[in-house]
Design a protein around this ligand. Structure first.
Ligand code: FMN
Length: 169
């Protein structure tokens, strides 16, 4: 298995599903959570395959991402997870255990300490190599007005792809 080749060969699937929603999952200090993401980038930096995800400071997930150096992203390959994606993208792990209360099945990741969504589709496991908080001063005015009126900016996490596989077949 070649992580780099597998990652890039699944680019179309990853980028097609991302705007429809994927599960960003992380465990830190014994607590795990998942939230829906719709934005991100895949690329090749530092001679490594990279998946970048964007987490607003207000998210419960943000605190967990800060306390952990790994994360996973699970991209559903069928509509079976549509309702769970909607709920995980609305409710907060601050108030509930989403895995338990929303009946989101999980299995342990292969290369990092954290969960992935079970029987889901394309799974990416990452180790954060770099993070960068958005600087409002450097942001296009229209984007700022449209997406950040409440000053709730994103932290960008650049994850080295450690594993890339399907768990739905
Ligand atoms: C389709 C969809 C895509 C989303 N994409 C993102 C995203 O890329 N980054 C982000 O910070 N929040 C995103 N959200 C919002 C979070 O999923 C939502 O605020 C969630 O309740 C946060 O959960 P948490 O507080 O447990 O971390 C998205 C929501 C939906 C429904």
């Amino acid at each position: 298995m070649s992580i780099r080749r597998d990652f890039f060969e699944n680019a179309t699937e990853l980028l097609t599903q991302l705007p429809r929603g994927a599960f960003l999952s992380v465990r830190a200090n014994g607590t795990a959570n998942t939230m829906t993401i719709g934005w991100g980038m895949m690329g090749f930096i530092w001679r490594k395959p990279i998946l970048m995800v964007m987490v607003r400071f207000s998210r419960h997930t943000y605190g967990l991402m800060e306390a952990s150096d790994t994360f996973t992203v699970s991209f559903p390959s069928s509509d079976g997870y549509k309702e769970m994606l909607a709920q995980a993208g609305k409710l907060s792990g601050r108030d509930m255990d989403k895995f338990r209360d929303l009946h989101i099945p999980i299995q342990e990741a292969q290369t990092v300490d954290g969960p992935v969504i079970d029987n889901c589709g394309l799974i990416i496991e990452c180790r954060t190599l770099y993070k960068q908080a958005m600087n409002p001063n450097d942001l296009d005015e229209e984007i700022r007005t449209n997406f950040y009126a409440d000053d709730d900016y994103h932290m960008l996490y650049y994850g080295e792809v450690l594993a890339c596989y399907h768990n739905d077949k």
